[in-house]
Design a protein around this ligand. Structure first.
Ligand SMILES: [Zn+2]
Length: 269
């Protein structure tokens, strides 16, 4: 399941390919033919991520809402290069739900969990359901703090609840809690404001690194190019704690596996 950095990276990558242009929008696979017809020929005005949701806004005030889910993926290609002024549009690969073509690029989306056209009230309702997004400059962390500080639910579960805080997925959850020495089972109402601020700030720091590198990197000072995935995280998928060599425990929390060092992250009383 992609975490928030994947969607913000896609928004950053797709914006210069599509924004300001009238797009040809189609559904090569056919399942989104009616939706594509509502957007076809209209100008794309913005591409934005809200947590794990991607929104392409159009000048006719309709928006394409994408949630990749477990199997969705993006594929982009250029329509020209310095060597060949006009490349042929590539044949769709696999079941392309929606294809958007500008004068310069083609963006294909395969297998999304959600692919729908939203009108302005529907889009506003979607955004209202999504908690403050650690990667958005307009996020209000106080909204997340209010929910967490009043909840007896485990912090490891609250951090995955996209209505509480948006963008953090399974890997970042384990990594952030380990870095801040918080046990995932600690109830939200036992988290102090200072500790919440640490968790929020670390999430912002790590997900921004994720957007920049298009990869999850939670070990300080490690670069993507020189290391494999396993060297870029501290605890997720590991057997022993890199800080104290205690055996890592794992258990399911919010239906996904969490990793914890009970020495560095003492369990709640
Ligand atoms: Zn440890």
């Amino acid at each position: 399941m992609p975490e928030g950095h994947t969607l913000h990276r896609a928004a950053r990558d797709h914006s210069p390919m599509l924004v300001g242009q009238q797009l040809q929008v189609s559904s090569p696979q056919g399942r989104f033919a009616a939706g594509a017809a509502q957007l076809d020929g209209h100008q794309c005005t913005a591409v934005e991520a809200y947590g794990k949701h991607l929104v392409y806004r159009f000048a006719n005030h309709q928006a394409l809402h994408i949630h990749l889910g477990l199997f969705g993926r993006f594929r982009t290609a250029k329509l020209f290069s310095k060597l060949s002024p006009k490349l042929p549009v590539k044949e769709p690969r696999g079941a392309v739900r929606v294809r958007m073509i500008s004068t310069t690029h083609v963006v294909d989306i395969n297998g999304p969990n959600t692919c729908e056209v939203l009108d302005p009230p529907q889009l506003a309702a979607l955004i209202a359901r999504i908690g403050p997004d650690v990667l958005r400059s307009d996020a209000e962390p106080d909204l997340a703090w209010t929910r967490i500080s009043k909840s007896r639910v485990a912090i490891g579960q609250l951090l995955m609840d996209q209505a509480v805080v948006a963008g953090i997925g399974n890997i970042y959850r384990s990594e952030i809690l380990w870095r801040q020495k918080v046990h995932p089972k600690t109830p939200g109402n036992q988290i102090t404001r200072a500790l919440f601020d640490q968790l929020w700030n670390d999430a912002v720091l790590l997900l921004e690194i994720g957007v920049k590198n298009n990869a999850i990197i939670t070990v300080d000072g490690v670069k993507k190019s020189r290391s494999k995935y396993g060297e870029r995280v501290n605890i997720f998928g590991k057997l022993v704690c890199p800080a104290c060599a205690t055996n890592i425990e794992t258990f399911d929390l919010a239906t996904r596996r969490v990793f914890v060092c009970a020495t560095c992250q003492p369990p709640p009383a």
